[in-house]
Write a protein that binds this ligand. Sequence first.
Ligand SMILES: NC(=O)c1ccc[n+]([C@@H]2O[C@H](COP(=O)([O-])OP(=O)(O)OC[C@H]3O[C@@H](n4cnc5c(N)ncnc54)[C@H](OP(=O)(O)O)[C@@H]3O)[C@@H](O)[C@H]2O)c1
Length: 306
Amino acid sequence: MGISKNKKVFITGCGGMLGKAVYEKFSPHCKVLATDIDLNEPWLEYGDVIDFQGILEMARKFKPDLIINLAALTDLEYCERNPEITWKTNALGAENMALISKKLNATYIYISTAGIFDGKQEYYSDFEQPNPISVYAKAKYYGETVVERMLENYFIFRAGWMMGGGYEKDKKFINKIFKQILSGKKELFVVNDKLGTPTYTVNFAEAMFAIVQTELFGLYNMVCEGSCSRYDVALEFIKLLGLKKEISIKVVGSDFYKNEYFAPRPDSEKLLNLKLSARGINFMKDWKNCLKDYVECFKPYLENSS
Ligand SMILES: NC(=O)c1ccc[n+]([C@@H]2O[C@H](COP(=O)([O-])OP(=O)(O)OC[C@H]3O[C@@H](n4cnc5c(N)ncnc54)[C@H](OP(=O)(O)O)[C@@H]3O)[C@@H](O)[C@H]2O)c1
């Protein structure tokens, strides 16, 4: 499908980190109905992916050409403690939206995660066999399989360590580091035994926008270029904030955080965008360049605090 002013895009879970970038990328080019259960923006309407009839009615009225399902519970510890709501949101929600896409003959985009692998090998291409080890990842992987079983006109994009959304919306590593800095911490404890591929939401949304128009349907790993450890990301971040002299980073192992971050995590979540590259549609950029862009939205908070 080409994206133009008369095309309609229905987005669920659009109030989160990725939703912000997706809304900003798509809404100038087509009609967007953005929904979430957390109405944190004036452009969001209430929509719960667990409520099949409710979300079907909304979608039916809107008549989307494309459905983008971003709705998920993404806090791994919360998911571990609350498996039922996790399965309902991340797996049943994915299935509900696939069913609705089928009923309404709309293309479907589902976002999966590098976390579906067990991390026993270092790199994972699109063709490796997933083996999820946490409740979050098991439910996300179910989402992948149900979409593949049910639909033909679908995209599954697997993201890595998400960075994006800024101070207000980023629930993940970058903002966790930033909040420690803002609170005055001069020494940060960061693990170097967890490996992955950062994924910048703005770049990811741009790539989604371009790829959906190719109609090269299927499942794709879609992460930024270059891979690293959590320590590498933290170091680059403080460097870009201009705080390398003020803040020191102490390397620790995952054991250091075993009580706080008790959900099982793969040692390596490094993805390779093998299919995107082979098809000439790999629009993902180097993670360090993306972080250079992203860091700008944190700088004003530092200035205000000093
Ligand atoms: N964040 C990552 O590191 C990461 C990595 C790989 C893949 N992904 C995937 O990327 C997609 C987007 O996630 P994100 O990073 O933008 O996470 P996010 O910031 O947590 O956004 C997800 C949004 O979905 C909402 N939501 C939760 N339950 C819902 C429901 N029943 N119906 C509708 N909306 C619901 C959340 O609301 P609440 O805030 O109220 O829960 C939140 O606003 C998800 O599929 C996620 O699994 C994320």
